[in-house]
Ligand binder design. Sequence first.
Ligand SMILES: NC(=O)C1=CN([C@@H]2O[C@H](COP(=O)(O)OP(=O)(O)OC[C@H]3O[C@@H](n4cnc5c(N)ncnc54)[C@H](O)[C@@H]3O)[C@@H](O)[C@H]2O)[C@@H](O)CC1
Ligand SMILES: [K+]
Length: 529
Amino acid sequence: MNLVTAAEMRRLEQEAAALGVSAAELMQRAGREVADKLAALLEPAAGKRVIVLVGPGNNGGDGLVAARHLKTAGALTDIYLLSPRGSDDIVLREAVTAGLSPLEARYDVGFERLRAALEEADVVLDAVFGTGLGRSISGAPAAALALVEEARNRRPEMTVVALDLPSGLDADTGAIDPSAVRADFTITLGYAKRGFFLFPGAGYTGEILVADIGLPEGSGAGLNTEVLDEHLILDLLPDRPADAHKGTFGKVLVAAGSPEYAGAAVLACQAAGRAGAGLVTLAAGKSLYPVLASRLTETTHLILPETADGGPAPGAAELIAGRLKEFSAAVIGPGLGQSPSAAAFTRALLAALSRPENRASGFAAVLDADALNILSAESDWWLKVDFPAVLTPHPGEMARLAGLAVPRVQSDRIELARRCAGLWRQVVVLKGAHTVIASSDGRAALAPNANPALATAGTGDVLAGIIGGLLAQGLAPFDAARAGVYIHAMAAESVRAALGDCGAVASDLLGHIPRSFKALKEHDHAACH
Ligand SMILES: NC(=O)C1=CN([C@@H]2O[C@H](COP(=O)(O)OP(=O)(O)OC[C@H]3O[C@@H](n4cnc5c(N)ncnc54)[C@H](O)[C@@H]3O)[C@@H](O)[C@H]2O)[C@@H](O)CC1
Ligand SMILES: [K+]
């Protein structure tokens, strides 16, 4: 599903106008679609009490059209105008002609009539502000929204439905005005807005329903931000031919683990296998071998020479380099630590991978965790990664890689990831609530969910392993990253369903990875029959 900014939505509106679909016509379609979707939610609309809060702009205009259709559907509809609308306002006149009697806030002393209406309302339709919000909300709109908030807290049976977006939510950034009211549903027009997938706004939309307002065919062609969904991911997944052998699904080299963080290697290797790689080989230090081999039944081992403190000794990277051609993908970084020996090893390994003669054709790697921390200590580090890679930073790692503070990263997640992917010429997976996946060609995708079950040690190692497993099966880096993030999120949802959002640990995800692939494919199968 494509996502838009306010400016992109305005551009689409202008393009529609150039093709003969006027803004007035779009407003009529928008209002009718919103009323239809709301009526379907109310089942039936007849007899239900609906208050439509109407603002000064086109969002309010859509609300007036919706109010008219809701009345026709039998809802007991009140219109509450928060600002005067001109006497030449066609949609207001149409509402009055249809028998509605709008009440203006300026004539409602102390908001007494609004308070009384909120005591009985089944639904509040918030059509105060949409994509045109230009400053902080004050005056009558702020007071009315505060009353709605207060009523919904007191009367949980009252449903709040946002028209296009919750008033006060910034469509582009997800920033929230203090007056914004959390919606139970957002019926959004044409396309979902980016701010629906950026916090804090992501917590305000409730369930998102997209209303088709009949934008001309192909009008979304230039959009470059999407939210992942199962149809898109299914198209990306590799085939599993019946005559396959383990070579069909590729070999992953995992360079991970250190005495302090041995478990990271276990999680990354197991996740790569669970994501369908044919063979996983772990390159780790000699002293770790007995521990890790006892945990990793199916993994093969490339045993590295060690320094006295258990770090990779000089020569470890060369040992791997001599074997690189056997592998179609690598995962480098989980649990490596940042000791001087780990840093020297990582730099030497990345240099070896950057020499094309060392790599199998189609090779790509995931760079995660300590590999990113080690890289970010060097200026212009991206010039040293001369092979296709998926970088999987969390916000702290992203801040170090980009030379920014964490709040800057978090306040501009999509565009920052996109800019960095362009500059670094790699795929960037910026983890966090609604993980962002950005490609150097300007495309960006967002994970559809934010799951607190993922906020625990080791889940990043699992993600790196899944993406590595998908790279090994021949997916292009952007596809492997998108599919990996989605499968990881699905597995996390299954864990949450089974265990709740507290106390799940990263290894709980592993068994749910193949189940997630299975669920996706079965859903597709069911959809075809
Ligand atoms: N772009 C499109 O393709 C379409 C847009 N439509 C609707 O148009 C909306 C955008 O309409 P507008 O651009 O008129 O914007 P809005 O309706 O969001 O509000 C803008 C109006 O509110 C005022 N305003 C902004 N912030 C304010 C504040 N904090 N306090 C008081 N007044 C404030 C502005 O001066 C302007 O008059 C969309 O959200 C959607 O509902 C639809 O009609 C259909 C098609
Ligand atoms: K709104």
